[in-house]
Design a protein around this ligand. Sequence first.
Ligand SMILES: C[S@@+](CC[C@H](N)C(=O)[O-])C[C@H]1O[C@@H](n2cnc3c(N)ncnc32)[C@H](O)[C@@H]1O
Length: 324
Amino acid sequence: MSFSAFSTRQHGCPRIFTGWAEQRRSLTATLSTNRRDDVPIYDRLVQPDDYRRSSLETWGAMACGWERWRAEIEATSAPIRDWMLKSLALEPGDTVLELAAGPGDTGFSAAAIVGETGRLISTDFSPDMVEVARRRSAELGLGNVEHRIMNAEHMELEDDSVDGVLCRFGFMLMADAAAALSETRRVLRPGGRLALAVWCSAERNPWISIAGRMLVERGHVPAPEPGSPGMFTMANAERTRRLLEDAGFADVRTKEVPVRFTYRSLDEYVHRARDTGGVFSKAFAEADDDERAALEAELGTRFAPFAAGSCYEFPGVALAVIAD
Ligand SMILES: C[S@@+](CC[C@H](N)C(=O)[O-])C[C@H]1O[C@@H](n2cnc3c(N)ncnc32)[C@H](O)[C@@H]1O
């Protein structure tokens, strides 16, 4: 089943792909003209265009779930957002760019710092995600935000045109993170800084890796290939530092930021994971009723060490980076 053949409608989302098919076709065409099929992604060769297409569809399908769970995601990620903003040290009047912004909250906090004389360019390659961010900035009443559909691997921005760049949990998911980092360096003015966050290793992020391992072990998804884009691809601080240095960043500092994921029940975990996690959502959509029940029961068993009363509490650790 192709990814576009299912939707999250069973959780009350509207039809996903209506209204922007044309926009998506043109974006996909743009991505295709940037073909770099021979680009090594860290250790191995991937098919970048195939990956980009399916990633774009996945994120389009997940946008409504990210909007639904925005407050919970933001509450968990707040320590990471705060470290990134503090390290970026923006000033009133600055122009700040957010890449892979999703619902956009990291950038919206930056918009408040740069103020009316400054500007936030909030971007994501998924038109649906950009709409989610647009609704959120309107809700917040922000007047200094420009929303753009933009693939971070190929930015339609002038050289030396921004003072700071934010990217939380984006680079590791891109087909060509090295290209996106070079583009970031290109659009940053001399002395401008990048603040990014990626996830540390699977072992240190059981909130997601336990479920992922279960889906692999039960044959729902293939094991992730080492080095291909994914949640933990940039977990190694030294390799991430080298990627940034290769992209032209001279001074790279890293910091591990711990977070805590709280779920009110197993049911909430499953709903949230189905609404926001492409792989999880696809596996559950394709499983029959018996297998879905078996998956939930097995999750309950595997999560037992993290039970806290009727809730579940998981640790997580992000690798945050500031570079200039
Ligand atoms: C894990 S979400 C993170 C969203 C947000 N930054 C946050 O921290 O809440 C990843 C986001 O990256 C976007 N994305 C993935 N690949 C991208 C690319 N090549 N260019 C721009 N955005 C991309 C997805 O559409 C999605 O919104």
